[in-house]
Design a protein around this ligand. Structure first.
Ligand code: ATP
Ligand code: MG
Length: 431
């Protein structure tokens, strides 16, 4: 007799949950994506203990009729995908019909929903079993409450990190969703504390100000790009605004928040030489492509996609940033008339220097020479904002250049020690 059996739907759901529901953030993610797919303009997320005790997501989207509210918890039940061809032109965030049954199999879920026309519906599942159905108020929209996450999967529960760490994952996710959807008003609350509130007025700079602060938002610039293959809105900061991780680069493809090392790398390559090492910019890539050119069905949590024209997109991103930064950073060519005489302790070989100064009103530029300027012996000039420095040790010679920006206060006499982190020139003096 054969030994193979088809597993029960409840067991299948629990296995699917292993991939879909990793932590409180994954539950928030699935519920928020459902709210967005339902056309919501306002999404409120209330957590207790970072969502470990309770997660409640309230939206003002389409809501569901009773029949759908019951079906929604069945595995592979979805309103977003009908035929096989649809899989190749997905425009919704969800499409697998797995999220709700997966969440319901590892927690206690109550869904209250209404289309606003009739009385609403209440559906209550616990550990994958329907425990209650009923009627509810007829306010249009959906409210899903998930309690006791992983109560029946102790290994998963144990694997959760400290509350603050779990909360940071959710904050990061909601921050980025708010950036990706400035037309939606998001509110994130944990233990009665509001962590983020956006207005849904389609002002992405305002959202960025909410998240990264006003000072950063003021420095954000935007590049609009379009060709036959894709459309890009690129928000970026000038190099003086930088962070210690690359997590401040947000990437969306057709409004889906994704992780993509290659596109992140393209951004960083654009900034190359303008940023100190181990520092990263704040940027948002809002990419729109024909859904036919994106495969969204490649990652269990739908966090990655495959883009058919990725190489082209990468090149465009790097070049756009490079060009912008080059225009922005003032880089006059400096030509040395006399041959440069090298001293042993100072190792500067180049015959041509670049003065990388920012031609920017924000800068405290005090003097502008258009003629020439002269260096004194052992003079070391450093632009502390950028990494331009030069050192010389021979008696006077002239440097002719088109334009140079000299900043005050001038640095005192300094003695060169060496180079640090491939970025800074280290020097000291008696004081
Ligand atoms: N907040 C909501 N508002 C309106 N309808 C919803 C909401 N949440 C879920 N639904 C309905 O329930 C269905 C099942 O949701 P579920 O998240 O399980 O699957 P999905 O979104 O279709 O696909 P995926 O598993 O990829 O998320 C959805 O297709 C949708 O029709
Ligand atoms: Mg979904």
């Amino acid at each position: 007799m054969g030994v193979i059996q088809i597993m029960s739907p409840s067991l299948a759901n629990k296995i699917a949950a292993g991939e879909v529901v990793e932590r409180p953030m994954s539950v928030v993610k699935e519920l928020v994506e459902n709210a967005i797919d339902a056309g919501s303009t306002k999404i409120d997320i209330y957590l207790e203990q970072a969502g470990i005790t309770s997660i409640k997501v309230i939206d003002n989207g389409s809501g569901m009729v009773k029949e759908d509210a019951l079906l929604a918890f069945e595995r592979h039940a979805t309103s977003k995908l009908r035929a096989e061809v649809d899989l190749f032109r997905i425009s919704s965030l969800g499409f697998r019909g797995e999220a709700l049954p997966s969440i319901a199999s590892v927690s206690d879920v109550t869904l209250i929903t209404s289309t606003g026309e009739d009385l609403g519906t209440l559906v209550h599942y616990r550990a994958g079993k329907l425990v209650e159905t009923g009627t509810a108020a007829s306010k249009k929209g959906t409210e899903v409450t998930v309690k006791s996450l992983f109560f029946n999967t102790p290994a998963r529960l144990k694997y959760l990190k400290a509350e603050n760490t779990e909360l940071s994952y959710t904050i990061d996710y909601i921050n980025k969703m708010a950036i990706a959807h400035p037309d939606i008003a998001f509110k994130l609350v944990n233990n009665n504390r509001i962590l983020l509130e956006t207005y849904g007025n389609n002002n992405i700079i305002q959202v960025l100000a909410n998240i990264y602060g006003l000072e950063v938002a003021k420095m954000i610039d935007v590049i609009d790009y379009r060709d036959g293959l894709f459309t890009l809105k690129l928000y970026y900061t000038t190099p003086e605004i930088n962070r210690t991780t690359r997590n401040y680069i947000t990437i969306t493809v057709n409004k889906r928040l994704i992780r993509n090392n290659e596109l992140t790398k393209a951004v960083l390559e654009g900034y190359e030489t303008y940023l100190p090492i181990n520092r990263y910019p704040i940027a948002v890539l809002d990419i729109t492509v024909d859904p036919l050119l994106v495969d969204v069905n490649v990652h269990p949590a739908k966090l990655e996609v495959r883009l058919s024209n990725q190489e082209h997109i990468k090149t465009v991103i790097t070049e756009l940033i490079q060009k912008k930064l080059k225009d922005l950073m003032y880089v006059p060519k400096v030509v040395i008339r006399e041959p440069f005489i090298e001293k042993q302790e100072v190792n500067v070989k180049q015959e041509e220097f670049d003065f990388t100064n920012q031609n920017n009103e924000r800068d405290e530029v005090k003097e502008l020479f258009t003629d020439k300027f002269t260096l004194k012996e052992t003079d070391i000039k450093m632009d502390t904002n950028n990494s331009t420095s030069y050192i010389r040790s021979e008696p006077e010679y002239e440097i002719r250049e088109e334009k140079a920006v000299v900043k005050t206060p001038k640095l005192p006499k300094l003695y060169y020690i060496g180079q640090l982190l491939g970025t800074y020139l280290l020097a000291q003096n008696e004081d």
